[in-house]
Design a protein around this ligand. Structure first.
Ligand code: AVI
Length: 317
């Protein structure tokens, strides 16, 4: 009954070649997807507990208060696909609220994260067929068939992770979701909303320095895995809101003129030079409508927290 789809794992040399390519460009860039090794994932968990990082807490509040209303909007006999491992409480709240879900399909690139989350969910939801897929959800997906026919497919994408993609990539991802969800499908997407710049910037510059450590862990990972010799104290984390683009942009800034070796190649930095490492896009409701329309989806329902800091958006075909 259960399936375990291991589609592919990212070969290590992808990391090396993407890092070298990114550091050869102007401006220098490093892809944020490489934040999440074991250390990075543990640091991200710690970020979620920081008082300034309101996103996780706020989305959880929405799920606690309104998962029943979401489940009513989605209807019974849903096949629930999640982009990401679904280790969290949000997924549980949704699975608990859904009426007679057919199956749960987490799509996650890290096999260990996938195994851990599914083992626990299997125990807690024995009536739901678990169909984990180890794959990169930004690529074309081949999904397992459920044991019984669902009424509709719903793709759950919480956490405002969509905001970590550039606009054109996010559009492509929504377009891919539209294809995966089929004719009566839907997507339930967590999105962080535009608000005062102080709160948004504070969320990415916590006083305890956890986000800075998370960002700089990318250099530590390059040292560990790609024979890098970055000296972490010679670089610093910077996260600022770009009002034109509507996103927090995180950069790693070189504090000195310096040279670093990565994978046998020399990379030089000027004092003050930046590596762009992450976007965290913030949305207005108009932005959400526009994004949905570009993907030929309808933004039909949304659920907010009390202070309208975050929303969970239902997109339907
Ligand atoms: C996973 N993602 C939605 C987080 C965000 O808010 O962009 C990642 C993160 N980066 C720094 N803090 C949190």
């Amino acid at each position: 009954r259960e399936t375990d789809f291991r589609q592919f794992s990212l070969p290590d040399d992808d990391f090396a070649s993407e890092v070298i390519r990114g550091l050869s460009g102007r401006p220098k860039r490093l892809p944020s997807k490489y934040f999440y090794d074991a250390e990075g994932s543990a640091l991200f968990e710690k970020i979620c507990d920081q008082p300034e990082y309101y996103l996780t807490r706020t989305e959880l509040e929405i799920m606690r208060d309104q998962a029943a209303s979401m489940a009513a909007a989605l209807g019974p006999d849903v096949r629930l696909i999640e982009f990401g491992s679904g280790a969290g409480l949000k997924t549980r709240l949704l699975l608990e609220a859904l009426r007679n879900p057919v199956c749960y399909v987490p799509i996650e690139i890290s096999q260990s994260a996938l195994d851990d989350s599914v083992a626990q969910l299997r125990e807690d939801f024995p009536q739901v067929q678990m169909q984990p897929v180890c794959a990169d959800f930004t690529q074309a997906l081949c999904l397992p068939r459920p044991a019984r026919e669902p009424r509709r497919t719903v793709i759950y994408f919480p956490g405002s992770t969509l905001g970590n993609f550039a606009t054109s990539e996010a559009d492509a991802l929504l377009h891919g979701m539209r294809l995966s969800m089929g004719p009566y499908g839907a997507a339930l997407v967590g999105l962080d909303l535009k608000k005062d710049i102080g709160s948004m910037e504070a969320a990415y510059n916590d006083a305890a320095g956890v986000t800075a450590e998370f960002t700089l862990n990318l250099l530590a990972r390059i040292n560990r895995e790609l024979e890098g010799d970055f000296k972490l104290d010679r670089f610093e984390h910077q996260a600022r809101y770009n009002p034109e683009a509507g996103r927090i942009e995180t950069r790693i800034i070189s504090r000195f003129d310096q040279a670093v070796r990565v994978s046998g190649q020399d990379v030089s930095f000027l004092k003050g030079e930046a590596m762009l490492v992450e976007y965290s896009t913030k949305y207005s409701l108009d932005d959400v409508e526009g994004m949905a329309a570009r993907a030929k989806l309808h933004a039909t329902r949304r659920w907010f927290d009390r202070d309208r800091r975050f929303c969970v958006q239902l997109l339907e075909r």
